[in-house]
Design a protein around this ligand. Sequence first.
Ligand code: AMP
Ligand code: GLY
Length: 425
Amino acid sequence: MNVLLIGSGGREHALAWKIAQSPLLGTLHAAPGNPGIADHAVLSDLDVTDHAAVVGFCRDKSIDLVVVGPEAPLVAGLADALEQAGIAVFGPSAKAAQLEGSKGFTKDLCARENIPTGAYQRFNNAPKAKAYVRAEGAPIVIKADGLAAGKGVTVAMTLEEALSAIDDCFEGAFGEAGAEVVVEAFLHGEEASFFCLCDGDTALPFGTAQDHKRVGDGDTGPNTGGMGAYSPAPVMTAALIQQTMDEIIEPTMRGMAAIGAPFRGVLYAGLMIDAAGPKLIEYNVRFGDPECQVLMMRLKGDLLPLLKAAAEGGLADLSAHWSDEAALTVVMAAENYPGTPRKGTPIAGLDAAEATGAKVFHAGTAHKDGRLVANGGRVLNVTATGPDVTTAQARAYAAVDAIDWPGGFCRRDIGWRAVEREGKN
Ligand code: AMP
Ligand code: GLY
């Protein structure tokens, strides 16, 4: 099977690493890829916004399956173009990708299908949104409707913050994504990420994780794409997973089929867990980054048949098997991230880090003058496994300490919640 993998992050390096282990694989191509992905795939500078060019590439290279990593190409309809050309694709249609592309779309689906989530209202102008927020009071959550690279959500602890977030949205801080705003009740509880592979019909549970969105230790400072993650999420017991399938995932699959947009690919549910059970915070229509890295470390067996079945149907006949071990990844980021990161700083010591038994996935790296340098915000994902999160954490940080990169930084407390829990056992 020849595969084209689209994307260039740590998520895609983890997918490439796992796909490359498949005995079914012929050639793996990646566009655009990164220096880590280049260990497993032939890189191409194919323009993935040019759907005709992607279809042409697939015909030329006899691609049997396209695996789309990030959400933007999905929301832009790349899967539709491939499907029309008869090429199997792992990832939803543009219509189904609205689950991530429009927060209002997802909230309306929740309302129709009775899916537990925070109370909400949609607004297309600031005065009405502000009147609602004044009536509801803080804390309250303001969300730009569209894709805003993870930056469109303000969890406002005060009324002033909420009002100014509404102004930001309607004054264009998130471009078109902010032309509509969702105002949502603040949810209390513990967050968890839950993944399912879906073939339009069947949803197959595909692991749990917790990530750390804030840049600083103790979950402080601005939001980022994610500074680290671990799997499994201890809060997601078997009973909670079942409840999530029954109350959230299955109604979503039915609701999407009912509007002619059956969901295929990976459905990533961001959940808030409290005593009553899980509530949906949001959906993503792709793997989490860096959650994918810890899932791939724990997945036993061949990933390719699962991705292929998600694309073409047949997931009901397959199952996923997981290592009992915990996996934990620490994101190393370039100085000043999540502001404009400082690029070009040299990185060394990756071999020494991997000699400890850890796996280092590349995100924003590049080769320059024969050296590995930083080329983005999140740069490396240092990932380790162990019998518990405490051990996986110690191993991941031992590998981090073997890396020589003065231009980078990381959080030192990834996994703290689970470590604290394990300390009490
Ligand atoms: P998102 O960019 O949609 O993932 O949201 C970013 C983060 O905002 C989530 O991971 C939550 O921590 C937080 N968040 C979003 N919606 C709510 C809510 N209704 N209540 C509390 N926290 C929320
Ligand atoms: N790590 C969060 C995300 O991928 O959306």
